[in-house]
Design a protein around this ligand. Structure first.
Ligand code: SF4
Length: 316
């Protein structure tokens, strides 16, 4: 591991300013992804600003009838919150489908949104990777791509984004709250938070350097049956080949978002009008522009079949 300096911030604005001052600085919260990446020198921050003392670990109701989740709320605390379990069941189901109990005890809401791809070439510093080293190439294109993206990818990167939690948040139209070094705040709809790779796959999201996530807001509950299903190569502690988050109302209308298929949670709102017609009608629109590799074309029909099983479950 490369050497680095360390400090603990006392306020969000102080943390944002401390990272903004140093081009090589990063925030540290639960550390469940960042520290692993530092050990293998995929991430090499020169300075860490530890945010764990900030008062950002509570879940509060909003005046609009939703919930505001502090950035430091752990995945375990969020998934087990009685209000989340009752009104946003898809979020609880998605979170407990991810990682392991130990990791969820430590991982934070903001950190989960910021976790980096699990593309195997991203982790291998002997091989080219535009996300790790811009301009070096992409070893996954023409390489082993079973786990990687089928839609929204580019000639520079075909990585997938690994979070389960974020797929449910995308379904629920969550918003990400941030603060910058100058103390200004902004609210980013989660649809705009994660980026597609384009020609700059090194940028995973819309945050500026030194911009700190302070919380995530969920709109008021939308009712319906909340379901999340994750298809993976083993029953636990594995990333999704495909995951489906859905909320289905009694009349068959609903929402659906997909994980494991793109560089961000994948939701096409226009396709949701086809929910009463069934999974194939939805999936044919959601994946109309899919460009799978020779190894991962199975993901497109798998996504449709997984949605079909959830629609059948909702009808039963
Ligand atoms: Fe790197 Fe993206 Fe290519 Fe994977 S798919 S090797 S993360 S550039």
């Amino acid at each position: 591991m490369k050497s680095f300096t360390y400090e603990r911030a006392k306020t969000p604005a102080e943390a944002a300013a401390a990272v903004a001052r140093a081009p090589g600085a990063k925030f540290l919260a639960g550390g469940t992804n960042l520290l692993d990446l530092m050990k293998i020198e995929v991430e090499t921050p020169t300075h860490l600003v530890d945010v764990q003392d900030l008062k950002l670990a509570s879940i509060e109701p909003t005046p609009e009838g939703g919930l505001r989740i502090g950035a430091l709320v752990t995945n375990t605390a969020l998934a087990s919150d009685a209000r989340v379990r009752r009104d946003y069941g898809v979020l609880t189901r998605a979170i407990v489908a991810g990682a392991s109990g130990q990791l969820r005890n430590k991982a934070t809401t903001a950190g989960n949104l910021l976790q980096r791809t699990r593309c195997p070439y991203f982790y291998d510093t002997n091989l080219p990777c535009n996300k790790r080293k811009p301009g070096s190439g992409c070893a996954a294109i023409g390489g082993v791509s079973r786990q990687l993206a089928v839609i929204g990818s580019s000639d520079a990167c075909i990585a997938t984004y690994p979070s389960d939690m974020a797929v449910a948040m995308r379904l629920l139209d969550a918003s990400v709250e941030t603060v910058k070094a100058d103390g200004t705040t902004r609210i980013i709809p989660i649809a705009d938070f994660h980026r597609l790779p384009g020609t700059t796959p090194e940028k995973d999201n819309a945050l500026a350097h030194g911009e700190l996530i302070t919380g995530v807001t969920l709109p008021k509950p939308i009712g319906g049956m909340h379901l999340y299903h994750k298809v993976r190569d083993r029953a636990s502690y594995a990333f999704a080949l495909v995951s489906v988050a859905t909320v289905i109302q009694k009349d068959g209308t609903g929402r659906v978002a997909f994980g494991g298929v793109a560089h961000k949670p994948w939701r096409v709102e226009a396709a949701e009008a086809a929910m009463p017609q069934g999974a194939s009608a939805v999936a044919s629109q959601v994946f109309a522009d899919a460009k799978p590799t020779e190894q991962n074309g199975f993901k497109v029909p798998l996504a449709a079949r997984t949605l079909a099983s959830l629609i059948a479950q909702a009808k039963a």
